[in-house]
Design a protein around this ligand. Sequence first.
Ligand code: MG
Length: 449
Amino acid sequence: MAERLFGTNGVRGVINKDMNVQLAMDLGKAIGTFMGGRVAIGNDSRTSATMIKSAVSAGVMCAGAEVLDLGLVPTPVVQHYVKNNGLSGGVMITASHNPPEFNGIKCVDADGTEMPRSKEEEIERLYFTKSFSSMDWRGVGGLRQASGAVDDYLASVKRLVDADAIRGAGLTVVLDCANGAGAVSTPKLLDDLNVRAITLNCNPQGTFPGHPSEPVESHLRDLIAMVKDTGADMGIAHDGDADRTIFVDDKGRYMYGDKSLAITAEAMVRENNGGIVVTPVSSSMAVEDVVRRAGGEIEYTRVGAPVVARRMIEVGAVFGGEENGGLIFPKHQYCRDGAMTVAKMLEIVAADGPLSKLVDRIPQYCQDKRKMECPDERKERVLSALVKYYASQRVDTTDGVKICYDDGWTLVRPSGTEPLFRVYSEARTPEDARKRSDDCEKVLGDLIG
Ligand code: MG
């Protein structure tokens, strides 16, 4: 197998250990050689942002491409800028939700989507074989600062929602940007929509002093408390590069990403009088339930936002997304879109709130998650045997093996990095979810045996 550089979310590593200026510059050369033309580059708020961005930019210019530096911006702003300005591609310097000592390099395709694996492989080949274009003095590229990217992005977000209805609703929110890139865009969006915003961690700071940048419940204690204290209509939290959004309802309840995914999916299907919603096989059955309730159809894919986005394009979906708060609105762009998610939720709550009522209307499911060790070389054989074992039941093999029940499922997925299976079950009660995992674990145990 060819050597691999890009993981599921670009190239990531700890600064000056596995992510350094040499790697960034050589990768920049490979990217510039592959993309050519004009390349946009943006970064999140990490302390190493300028260092890594400068190295990548130097490499891109060395290969003869022009660099447009968008500065500190959310990932979806780079994607929007690339698509709407006819660029050959883009690069985002971010490690998303990873700790501050990490940084990463992620490529954007000319159509604004996350770069498909086939093109990443081509860039990897250029990188590992050092087949870079290296221009003479007449051919090297230049760099200029591009302004207006955030304003263009927000204008386009606002065009896709009923801005007047939001402005008239007199909403108050508490916003937590995790000291990340969302701080340059979402406060402005809220201001433009006449939403009163109480802000937390909305000063970009590369050490993430407020809390780690993954928007899980344990990191959002201040946000939850502030929503309760102020009686706000909702809490809003972004991850470090603001492609994802997680909500807290007006009762101060942390909403797992399946809830906002389901609420938004139902609204999008109603708005379009039907249509297809795309989500990975690991998503809660609650999403399927509400999509069907609204007269739509559900389409399952392998886990991963780029896979969801590609499938959405293929089937002409009205909406798609993942449970981690990464929602995709095809009328805007085929990528996870933090500010678009905020605007849409404000519109939904303005029309149909409060948010707690919408949450309580979503069917309740309980999940059980566990791991089971299995040597890598046995994984494939065990999975085929598992499909045979459950032959009398509906089984989905889109990603791992999903055993489907009327009121839930059990999903067995091999880890890509460790010798183990992840076993997830969903059911109406915690006892049933546990029992499903127990049963499956027993079968797996025999098959691994
Ligand atoms: Mg992110």
